[in-house]
Design a protein around this ligand. Sequence first.
Ligand SMILES: [Zn+2]
Length: 341
Amino acid sequence: MRAMAFSQPGGVEVLQLMDLPRPNLADDEVLVEVKACALNHLDLWVRRGLPTPIPMPHIGGCEVAGLVAEVGPRVQGISPGQRVLISPGQSCLVCDWCSQGLDSCCEQYRIHGYQTQGGFAEYTKARAVDLLPISEAWSFVEWAAVPLTFVTAWNMLHDKARVQPNDTVVVFGASSGVGVAAIQIAKLAGARVFAVAGSEAKLRQAETLGADVLLNYQTQEIAKEVRAHTQGRGADIVVEHVGAALWPQALRCLGKNGRLVTCGATTGSKVDIDLRFFFTQQHAILGAYMGSRHALRQCLRLIEQRRMRPVIDSVFPLEQLPEAQKRMEDRAMFGKIVVTP
Ligand SMILES: [Zn+2]
């Protein structure tokens, strides 16, 4: 099968079109013909090299939508030709963490296309339990733009930060996959949403997703604007994944009892906290990594009902994965970049 893979870590130039064998199926696994696979920042970290051991040559790609091509002998209830999404987060399903819905704390937790071979190929495989049927309400490209970022944003806002109606939620990195999901999830929860991005064009797009207040970090002092729009109270929740570059601004947005929830460190991972403000203002800083299967199902239901929607930036043919990843590295996108084999 055709796959865009790499044999050693590095820049986009290490991605090569390779002819690799189709995955062999275990008894409980399913072969999926990839119709679309969305990009994530994680793909870039993995390609540049992480300490975690990964299969080589490595096929990235965490968010796969496609058709069931073949099923292992012990698989029931799934048949060839069925439209499916692969859950990007895969856990043991039985340990104490999994039983609490804290799937991503599971010792066996792995992300499809990171610790396994992923979807930048004609075929990929997963356990039958990690497949989620999808309807024709959205195209394969649109469905592929959903699972990882929506489940993460849901975990951040609902499971971690406990969003309430009338909360003020500031979404940094509003144009990213997590950003476009967070704006919609927060709006649906009844919150007032501030979108923070680096260009007017991106902010106009954030507005179409329901953002109430648009803030440009290139031209505005974000924390000051948030105070001005909240009668000096500040934000209840800040959704963050930009990391070091905007961290001081993000923290200063928080009002009393405010929660900052983060799932990334795109611009750097070392940040400062002034503990005096942290405890006197009773702030909370929460980390989120992926989310639960329940959260993913919630997101898929709401998207199926068109109460939220996938946001597609661009679609590239598989062979142009290097160009697609470059677009993500340059932060030129609004929403998801997707490749199709
Ligand atoms: Zn487990």
